[in-house]
Ligand binder design. Structure first.
Ligand code: UD1
Ligand code: UDP
Length: 359
């Protein structure tokens, strides 16, 4: 069997690393080719993840870079097509919901190459999110849908996708976290920023709805206020860095830093007093770690994180950031963190590799 994996962005690398490793272990005779679209390209957004997660170097680099949605999607399709024709894989695997995902899926299905979608079935029911469009299209055209939560199965059913195409395998992003737990737990990365474990608010914000307009500066103003009672550490996504363009006034205890490596970021998450984010993956990781998470969005495609109580949906309302210190101060310190959702157990990739071996 020959598989082509198409990866393009930071969360893609985290989701795919365990699957590539599990297939190598379970079926060493399977040829796996890795295509990096180049949607993310900075060292701290790309290469460091391959190093820390032990992903083999990509076999092909498409170098599509940044651009509008149409341009990025078109470039992936144009550059991937000849490569798929030449290598004619038995399966193309695409993770998540980014432009590289939908572009690769479309290219492969038009060549009648089977496609598997990892992390299928998530829905925010908000079509103004580019990711929602990418998810809907990818799930409709993919042949195999690997799902990480029961609600995702229900979403697919509601769209009329035959149940036989979907399989509840678990969460490979949590596989990555579990695999590296012994390495990130002792790091105490927060100390390199002069912060004590448990004392600080960790922040990531990168969704266009928030950072591409004035709400970003409202969020910085609210974080300045929070930092008077709780230090704030904010590893800044390059999209957000570009939008800030050095124009924000920062209080002394609001630290804007470069994106963190994966191990360093997991250490910062595990040691945080709380996390404020609009990231999808970070809502999941904080749920697994039992760290209070506040999501600065109107909706989430990961409602299981809300149901378990680790994640609070603040709304797309930066003023509410100032409520965070009081909310965490009011929490019962003796309350045990909830059990992670079913199959968020570190073995999702093994289940997929087993399924593939059986086909
Ligand atoms: C993309 C995904 C989003 C995902 C996020 C993960 C889409 C539509 N969006 O958003 O779903 O949550 O990745 O992080 O696919 N840039 C750099 N260096 C890089 C990468 C990006 O400077 O290595 C800057 C460029 O100015 C670029 C901007 O960030 O224009 C946005 O990058 P892009 O990949 O288009 O979207 P993200 O916001 O990263
Ligand atoms: N992450 C990281 N460094 C950072 C911020 C995030 O390593 O500075 C990791 C995080 O642990 C998670 C993934 O990147 O595994 C989430 O990516 P992101 O928030 O960019 O994308 P999303 O999940 O929103 O699509």
């Amino acid at each position: 069997m020959r598989i082509v994996h198409v990866l393009g962005t930071r969360p893609n690398f985290v989701k795919m690393a365990p699957l590539i490793a599990a297939i190598s272990r379970r079926s060493p005779e399977t040829a796996q080719l890795i295509v990096h679209t180049g949607q993310h390209y900075d060292h701290l957004m790309s290469e460091i993840f391959f190093d820390q997660l032990g992903v083999p170097a990509p076999d092909f680099m498409l170098e599509v870079g940044s651009g509008s949605h149409a341009l990025q999607t078109a470039r992936v399709m144009e550059r991937l097509e000849p490569l798929l024709i030449e290598n004619r894989p038995d399966l193309v695997v695409v993770p998540g919901d980014v432009n590289s995902t939908v572009a690769a899926a479309l290219t492969a299905v038009k060549l009648e190459i089977p496609v598997a979608h990892l992390e299928a079935g998530l829905r925010s029911y908000d079509r103004s999110m580019p990711e929602e469009i990418n998810r809907i299209i990818t799930d409709q055209i993919a042949d195999t849908l690997w799902v990480h939560s029961e609600e995702a199965l229900r979403n697919l059913e509601l769209e009329g996708i035959p149940a036989g195409r979907a399989g509840f395998v678990g969460n490979t992003m949590i596989d990555s976290l579990v695999a590296l737990e012994d390495r990130f737990r002792p790091l105490e990365t927060c100390r390199s920023f002069g912060l004590e474990p448990g004392s600080y608010l960790l922040v990531t914000l990168h969704r266009p709805a928030l950072v591409d307009g004035p709400l970003l500066f409202d969020a910085i103003a609210a974080l300045n206020q929070v930092s008077a009672v709780m230090p704030v550490l904010f590893p800044v996504h390059p999209r957000t860095r570009a939008r800030l363009a050095g124009n924000a006034e920062l209080a002394e205890n609001l630290h804007l830093v470069d994106p963190a490596g994966y191990l360093e970021f997991l250490s910062l998450e595990a040691d945080a007093g709380a996390v404020l984010t609009d990231s999808g993956g970070i809502q999941e990781e904080t749920t697994y770690l039992g760290i209070p998470c506040f999501t600065l969005r109107d909706n989430t495609e990961r409602p299981v994180t809300i149901e378990l109580g680790t994640n609070v949906l603040l709304g797309l309302d930066p003023a509410r950031i100032t409520e965070i210190p009081a909310i965490i101060a009011g929490a019962d310190p003796s309350a045990a963190p909830p059990e992670p959702p079913p199959l968020w157990d570190g073995h999702a990739a093994d289940r997929i590799a087993e399924q593939l071996a059986a086909t």
